[in-house]
Design a protein around this ligand. Structure first.
Ligand code: SF4
Length: 75
C-alpha cells in the first residue's frame, strides 16, 4: 500500500528536473518538460517526501494515501 498519493501541479512546475533525478522511479519529465508521476510507489516514501521538499516551486503535492489528507506542502 502506498504511503502517499502523489500529484504534480502542472501550472507551477518549472521543469527543473530535480524530482526526476532524485526520485527517478516515481517522476519523469514529459514532452512539455513538466514532471509527471509514473509510479506512485516508484521510490521509498522518504525519498518521495524529500523530492517534494526539494521542489523549488512546491509543485509536488502529497496526500496520505489512506485518509486523503494533504501531507505536503503544509497549509
Ligand atoms: S522538482 Fe518541482 S519544479 Fe522541478 S521538475 Fe519536479 S515538480 Fe517540476
Amino acid at each position: 500500500m502506498a504511503k502517499y498519493k502523489v500529484e504534480i501541479d502542472r501550472e507551477t512546475c518549472i521543469g527543473c528536473q530535480a524530482c526526476a533525478s532524485d526520485a527517478a522511479g516515481t517522476f519523469e519529465m514529459d514532452d512539455d518538460d513538466i514532471a509527471i508521476v509514473v509510479n506512485q510507489e516508484g521510490d521509498p516514501p522518504e525519498t518521495i517526501l524529500a523530492a517534494a521538499e526539494a521542489c523549488p516551486s512546491e509543485s509536488i503535492i502529497l496526500h496520505d494515501a489512506d485518509t486523503g489528507e494533504k501531507v505536503y506542502p503544509a497549509g
